[in-house]
Each structure stands twice: as structure tokens, then as C-alpha cells.
Design a binder for this molecule. Structure first.
Ligand code: FAD
Ligand code: FES
Length: 261
């Protein structure tokens, strides 16, 4: 898989909700090679602090060789990214890792929790490029509140998907877990893709396993290099062996993961 390092000028910064931002960067080589589910390692500051790059899913590839990342401010690195302004440059390495398996013939459900929504939008758009209608396909989005989730719900809806939402505070859609939405539609599904908090994906994986529905999950671990060099991104696989999330993933078949961890 081709990987590139680009000095990507920041073209646009959108404040989506408090603490949530979407950045558009011009990175034509990464944009040209990116596959849904892959990620970029972003140098968040040109100083040595913080030293390590931070991983972000490719949220969208747009025309003219641009990529987008979508992120929530959780610490020093994301706070710095949030302070950038158009014209600043971001050093990005990517696209990295193994993305989602794409086969548009199946009936699909995409489940995103929190910032796990980020890679699913790229996936949803790429699936449309196969030329099939998404009319029978679902997108389930879980977030803390209407404020956090409503824009994404509208964007997936505009693509033609059937969108259902859950919120922690009950301000939009189902008041509870996003995986609660899966039960009624699962018997009709052939493939589920999910990204979000580990416990959410564990429930989705278990439900899919019980219903014999193929499920792919996009995992997050702490990544120091993203390139297979530091071995810091390990999780335990279903066979008890280590899996290196940055190289073997971040997307895995649900049955490859030991969900007990
Ligand atoms: C493949 C991959 C794709 C990702 N895609 C996105 C994305 O699209 N949008 C997004 O908002 N975030 C994404 N993340 C998570 C993102 O990389 C972290 O939020 C970011 O690195 C935090 O940097 P920071 O310096 O702000 O926080 P830090 O100061 O490094 O940490 C702040 C807090 O966040 C926790 N944290 C940091 N990194 C992770 C992680 N990888 N997993 C779990 N907890 C973590 C820390 O334990 C700490 O509690 C992704 C992670 C991976 C591995
Ligand atoms: S993050 Fe360094 S080996 Fe995976």
C-alpha cells in the first residue's frame, strides 16, 4: 500500500460542536491513495512538544486532492490542532493501516459512536460509488447530545441512508446505547461496520456473532508511530496472540478480536 508524507496546508477549520472540529487539508497524494478505514499520523506541532504524532481516521476525501479529519479535543495534541488557522501547515503521514472490506452487494448497517463516526462517512460515500442505492442500508449514530450528533445525522441522511440516532441525554433519537437500535434490523442485514468506543463495538460484535452477520470493527489503541515500528499498539487477538492495530488494522473482522480485553 502506498504511503506518503505531505506538508498539508490547512484549508478550512469547521467548529461542529463544542470541542469538535473538522479540518480540511490539501494532501493530494494521501487523498489519491486513501481507502475508508485508513488513518493519517498528524504532527500536531512543529516544536518537539508534543513529540509524537497523533492518529486520525480519514473522515472524507474531497475533490482537488483534499482530506478531512474530524476530532474531539481530549488532550494536548487535539487542543493544538483546534487552535490552527487556515494557511497553517500540517505534516501528515498516510494513508496507513488496513481499511474496511468493501462489497456493496450486501445489505449494510454502519454504526458509529462518538468520534467513531469519522471513518464511516468516508466509507458511506465510497459505498455509494458502486452505483447502488443505499435505500435499504442503515446508519446508526450515537453521541452525547443533539448538539454533537445532528449535523452528522443530516449528512448521512443526505447521502440517502436510513439514519437513526441515539443520545446519552435523550435530546435526540433513542435515549440509550446506539447498539440498542441494531436488534430490530439485524435479521435483515448481511454486513455491519462499526467504529467507536470498545464496549460499544463489543456489543455490536456479540450481536452480529449471535445472528451470524459479518461484522467489521475499527479499533483504537495508543499509537506512538503508526508504522509498525514501536509495537505499542498491541491488543490480544481471538487466538490469544498479539495483534498490532496500526499495521494489521485498525479494521478487523470482529471475530479476530478477543473482546474480553
Ligand atoms: C487509528 C486511530 C484513528 C483515530 N481516529 C480518530 C478520529 O478520527 N477522531 C478523533 O477524535 N480521534 C481519533 N483517534 C483518537 C485520537 O488519536 C486521540 O484522541 C488523540 O491522539 C489524542 O491526542 P491528545 O494529545 O489530544 O490527547 P492525549 O493528551 O494524548 O490523551 C488525552 C486522553 O485521551 C486518551 N487517548 C489518547 N489517544 C487515545 C487512543 N488512541 N485511544 C483511546 N484513548 C486515547 C488518553 O489516554 C488520555 O486520557 C484515533 C485513534 C486511532 C488509533
Ligand atoms: S503504533 Fe507503533 S507499532 Fe503500531
Amino acid at each position: 500500500m502506498p504511503e506518503f508524507q505531505e506538508k498539508a496546508p490547512l484549508l478550512q477549520k469547521e467548529a461542529i460542536a463544542p470541542g469538535i472540529f473538522r479540518l480540511t487539508m490539501h494532501a493530494p497524494e494521501i487523498a489519491g491513495a486513501a481507502h475508508p478505514g485508513q488513518f493519517v499520523m498528524v504532527q500536531v506541532d512543529t516544536s518537539m512538544d508534543p513529540l509524537l504524532r497523533r492518529p486520525f481516521s480519514v473522515h472524507q476525501v474531497t475533490s482537488g486532492g483534499n482530506i478531512q479529519i474530524l476530532f474531539k479535543v481530549v488532550g494536548q495534541g487535539t487542543a493544538r490542532l483546534a487552535r490552527l488557522t487556515p494557511g497553517d501547515q500540517l505534516d501528515c503521514i498516510g494513508p496507513l493501516g488496513r481499511g474496511f472490506f468493501l462489497d456493496r452487494r450486501d445489505r449494510l448497517c454502519l454504526i458509529g459512536g462518538g468520534m467513531g463516526i469519522a471513518p464511516l462517512y468516508f466509507l458511506a460515500k465510497r459505498l455509494l460509488q458502486t452505483g447502488e442505492s443505499p435505500g435499504d442500508d442503515y446508519v446508526f449514530l450515537g453521541g452525547r447530545s443533539r448538539e454533537e450528533i445532528s449535523l452528522f445525522a443530516a449528512e448521512f441522511f443526505d447521502l440517502g441512508y436510513t439514519v437513526k440516532v441515539s443520545t446519552d441525554d435523550g435530546s435526540m433519537g433513542h435515549h440509550g446505547f446506539v447498539t440498542d437500535l441494531l436488534g430490530p434490523v439485524l435479521p435483515d442485514m448481511e454486513r455491519v461496520y462499526t467504529c467507536g468506543p470498545f464496549p460499544m463495538m463489543r456489543i455490536a460484535a456479540q450481536k452480529c456473532g449471535q445472528a451470524a452477520v459479518f461484522c467489521q470493527v475499527s479499533l483504537e489503541t495508543h499509537m506512538a508511530c503508526g508504522l509498525g515500528a514501536c509495537l505499542g499498539c498491541t491488543l490480544t487477538g481471538a487466538d490469544g496472540r498479539y495483534i498490532h492495530v496500526c499495521r494489521q488494522g485498525p479494521v478487523f473482522d470482529a471475530e479476530e478480536v478477543a473482546w474480553t480485553t
